[in-house]
Design a binder for this molecule. Structure first.
Ligand SMILES: [Zn+2]
Length: 411
């Protein structure tokens, strides 16, 4: 049986935390100096654990078990939000490291191994989940180099800047993998509220991003009578209010939506805004429902546009992420492992946050487990998880990994 070493696990998590540590949190955005440094540290740790480890051409740390033709892939991401928590992503990466070591110490199973990955830029500092997308073969070298990052710079220039120019990318050999397992902090309040310690993920919600554009007339805020204004700002406020009610009426129980950003041009107290944009994001686990929400928004915006002298248009952004259902068998392995290590203390649940597993699940049978986030806080310096839960999560993950590999070896 794989028995992980809790002290070693916690100590490695602390070591990774030291890269970019600020107070209780971590600032280790993708491709930053400290991110690249932490990746080199991780390569050394994985190599010391007996794996063939390196940083690939897009910044993924990929560590392969040698002398085996089949492997379970385990991983997560080690980049953070601009002001991130210390466990978001890091937890699943260090679980991979610890489980590999423990597996090796337990003697291993002939012909079957564990590969570990730390994916690049899950948090989307430059290009959301570029690492796992690259590994899953979503683009050619030329497409990657040519792709703009969020700031509009070519990814090729960024990769050269961090020393990855000409370094080959690691692309998934699908025949090698038994599946993909990822552990993550829950980043929400449900486990804590239920008094439970492990979540087995059933599905990961899809995300639709929109920008609503308002075109009015810019003018003087003191001399323009109210009746003569074409105020893009007020139109934006009213529309956001309307759409919030529309979404509340059509939402399913777990649908969430956010008006995360609103901008007025030129954005001064004495100017009637000529232009405005509102950003809206909707998340739900049902793709068909998300499509129907999109159609409902389109119809409503069209209607608003007809009754207003401010021009209004809805832009559906291309960075939408599709909802994914986790593989049944992988869920079963996670459930059995949770029940054996934490009887009665786990539940099945959907993930409201996006994860690399969402990308990997398009190619491999994938499973995910969650550990509780204290106070449901994440993407914040205050993010934390009880030590006991961190250790338990790794034990559950190790048990699931062992069962998957054992069954594969017996087949
Ligand atoms: Zn994460």
């Amino acid at each position: 049986m794989i028995e992980i070493d809790p002290e070693r696990l916690l100590s490695d998590l602390e070591s990774l935390r030291s890269f970019g540590s600020v107070g209780n949190g971590v600032v280790r955005t993708a491709f930053s100096d400290v991110d690249m440094k932490s990746r080199r540290w991780l390569v050394d740790k994985l190599a010391a654990a007996g794996l063939q480890a390196s940083i690939d051409g897009v910044g993924n740390v990929i560590a392969r078990s040698e002398y085996c033709s089949r492997a379970l892939l385990v991983g997560s991401h080690s980049d953070t939000q601009p002001t991130g928590g210390w466990l978001d992503g890091a937890l699943g990466v260090i679980y991979g490291l610890e489980i590999t070591r423990a597996y090796r110490e337990a003697g291993g199973i002939p012909g079957v191994g564990i590969d570990v990955a730390s994916w690049m830029d899950e948090e989307g500092t430059h290009f959301s989940s570029i690492g796992s997308r690259s590994f899953c073969g979503e683009f050619t070298d030329a497409e990657l180099m040519d792709s703009p990052n969020i700031a509009g710079e070519r990814m090729g220039a960024l990769l050269r800047h961090v020393g990855l120019g000409g370094v080959p990318r690691s692309i998934m050999d699908q025949d090698r993998y038994l599946g993909y397992l990822e552990a993550h902090i829950e980043q929400g309040p449900f486990l804590e509220q239920a008094g439970l310690r492990i979540g087995v993920v059933t599905s990961i919600v899809g995300v639709r991003n929109f920008v609503i554009h308002f075109h009015g007339s810019q003018n003087h805020a003191g001399t323009t009578p109210m009746a003569l204004r074409r105020d893009a700002g007020v139109a934006a406020i009213h529309a956001a209010h309307d759409l919030d009610h529309l979404l509340a009426r059509s939402a399913r129980a777990a649908t969430v939506w956010t008006f995360g950003d609103i901008r007025f041009q030129p954005g001064a107290v004495s100017i009637v805004p000529g232009e405005a944009q509102v950003r809206l994001q909707v998340r739900d686990a049902d793709e068909e429902f998300l499509d129907s929400v999109t159609r409902g928004l389109e119809a409503h915006i069209e209607e608003l546009g007809r009754s207003s002298d401010v021009g209004i248009e809805l832009e559906s952004l291309h960075d939408s992420v599709h909802a994914i259902t986790m593989d049944d068998r992988m869920q079963r392995y996670c459930v059995d492992a949770a029940e054996s290590r934490a009887p009665g203390k786990w539940m099945s649940m959907q993930s409201g946050a996006a994860h690399d597993a969402q990308i990997l699940a398009t190619k491999l049978p994938s499973g995910m487990i969650f550990v509780p986030s204290i106070g449901g806080i994440s993407h914040d310096f205050a993010e934390d998880t009880a030590e006991d839960d961190i250790v338990l999560g790794c034990q559950v993950m190790a048990a699931a990994a062992e069962a998957i590999m054992q069954d594969a070896a017996n087949r």
